[in-house]
Design a protein around this ligand. Sequence first.
Ligand SMILES: [Zn+2]
Ligand SMILES: [Zn+2]
Length: 189
Amino acid sequence: MKAARGRPTKAAIDVNRCEYWDCEEAVPATHFLCLQHYQLHQDNLINKCQSCGKFKDAKYELCLPCRKKIRATPVPRTLKQAAHPSVERNTQLTDDLSDDFYVYILKLDGGEYYVGQTADLRTRIMEHRDGEVATTAGKNPSLIWFDFARSRQEALQLEEHVKHLKDANLRTFRGLILRFGDLVREVGR
Ligand SMILES: [Zn+2]
Ligand SMILES: [Zn+2]
């Protein structure tokens, strides 16, 4: 567990924790979200998880821990075969509502790289991590770079470009990853 960050809290005023699922920011007793997450709430970008009531990305029904719990529960075969209509509608919805498409690079065990594109980066990365994608299964895939595109077409083009770099210009490809990682660490401090 991470230590609480931010300003030291003043004396013994009543203090809440921000209710965003992984935020540990302390907030005054009259608040339920930290400033950053309150702003996201105002913008309708976050809302409550339907399972635990913590705040999460509004694009999804569940926060990540709840989603993980549900994925860990094996789905009976019969249910898988006859997908409920609402399940299909949801999948459709995710794609339609998605503003962005993503191109991403995974680092695999043994120094290999995998380049892919998706309309739902979070779900896709979890599928990779859960071993549901044959190419990366058992290879400890970790996300080391991503960029977004405004349409599937644009994403496919960017994916082609990044794959080409990987095969034909490994130095530029590695530079891309290096700068991205440095930036995240630098800014995330
Ligand atoms: Zn927060
Ligand atoms: Zn939840």
